[in-house]
Design a protein around this ligand. Structure first.
Ligand SMILES: NC(=O)c1ccc[n+]([C@@H]2O[C@H](COP(=O)([O-])OP(=O)(O)OC[C@H]3O[C@@H](n4cnc5c(N)ncnc54)[C@H](OP(=O)(O)O)[C@@H]3O)[C@@H](O)[C@H]2O)c1
Length: 302
């Protein structure tokens, strides 16, 4: 199968590219920069969709970009980098004379309202309540294909939790502090901590790329891209400390987190949701890292 991956040069994209190439598939990345094995977003707009059986969008300005202050221009870029690229790819699919059989968007679990008790499956009906839930709403809406194309192309949305892997993402930013013994719970630590190992997220995306067995439904299939283990931030912190053999006794107060990250953005760490991958499990997806111990051991190399 030939797969086109928007933002395929990033953390999740590199993992997905590895997995797909190992399975014998061909990958072309859509990027802002030209290069071997890549096309640019401009080329996609001017030349249309290259021949492919699967398409994925992973492009987006990083939410934890250490080089940027949290301000209106950053927020604008978070929205436009996701929504404009998703729209461009969806429009190219819709305009193609031979659209792919599958089109996968990876969005986030921020659509589910943070709660210590509520449990969210993919069946949960939600309406936006803050900045990030509004982002997910607009992002997912921008992926929708017109009905005539949706009868040919299966639409899949994967709502990802925090992606844990050795090659980038949150772990790369957190590990130095934990190695130094400076890691600790964020706030009280009781908040749920929805996470997924990068290799499992790549597997869920690859599953989503498989050709449909029945004629596709015209609305997207939604899958929660999280591990089945429900953990809190406290459990994550203690497990990481255990795997690294480092103390984790210094909690980070929410007030410090808010000052450092901006309170609007800090909610992704200081609060959380219990997210259940009900449909992902029902679809028969087998996790390699269903629990924190196995995931963190793989990541820190013990
Ligand atoms: N990592 C996580 O924990 C996590 C959790 C939930 C959801 N997600 C979502 O999953 C997707 C992939 O995540 P990731 O961690 O792999 O992302 P990433 O590495 O931060 O970025 C992916 C790619 O997006 C492109 N990009 C960056 N800034 C852009 C901009 N301003 N405009 C257009 N393109 C831009 C870059 O590709 P080029 O430089 O080649 O253009 C980059 O390689 C993202 O949409 C993210 O929101 C990630």
């Amino acid at each position: 199968m030939r797969v086109l991956i928007g933002g395929g040069s990033g953390f999740v994209g590199r993992e997905l590219t590895r997995l797909l190439r190992n399975k014998g598939h061909q990958v072309t990345v859509i990027s802002r920069q030209p290069g071997p094995g890549k096309i640019t977003w401009g080329e996609l707009e001017s030349h249309g969709l290259p021949p492919c059986e699967g398409a994925v969008n992973l492009a987006g300005e990083n939410l934890m970009n250490p080089l940027r202050w949290w301000n209106e221009s950053y927020k604008k870029d978070l929205f436009s980098s996701r929504i404009d690229t998703t729209k461009t790819l969806a429009q190219a699919i819709a305009a193609s004379s031979s659209p792919p059989h599958s089109w996968v968007l990876v969005s986030g679990v921020a659509c589910y309202k943070p709660s210590l008790t509520a449990e969210y499956t993919e069946d949960h009906e939600w309406t936006p309540f803050d900045l990030f839930s509004n982002l997910v709403k607009e992002w997912e809406a921008s992926a929708l294909l017109p009905e005539n194309v949706a009868k040919i192309t299966k639409q899949v949305v994967i709502r990802s939790g925090l992606v844990l892997g050795r090659d980038g993402g949150a772990m790369k930013q957190m590990l130095p502090a934990f190695w130094l013994g400076l890691g600790g719970t964020l706030g009280s630590g009781t908040q749920p901590f929805p996470w997924v190992h990068a290799s499992d997220l790549a597997g869920i995306i690859a599953h989503g790329l498989e050709p449909p067995t029945d004629p596709p439904s015209t609305s997207p299939q939604v899958f929660n891209g999280v591990a089945p283990a429900l953990n809190t931030n406290y459990e994550f912190t203690k497990e990481l400390g255990k795997v690294l053999r480092r103390p984790t006794v210094l909690p980070v107060p929410v007030i410090a987190l808010n000052a450092l990250m901006g309170s609007e953005r800090a909610v992704v760490l200081s609060q959380g949701q219990k997210v259940i991958p009900k449909r992902t499990l029902e679809a028969g997806f087998q996790y390699k890292y269903p629990d924190l111990t196995s995931a963190l051991k793989e990541i820190v190399g013990n």
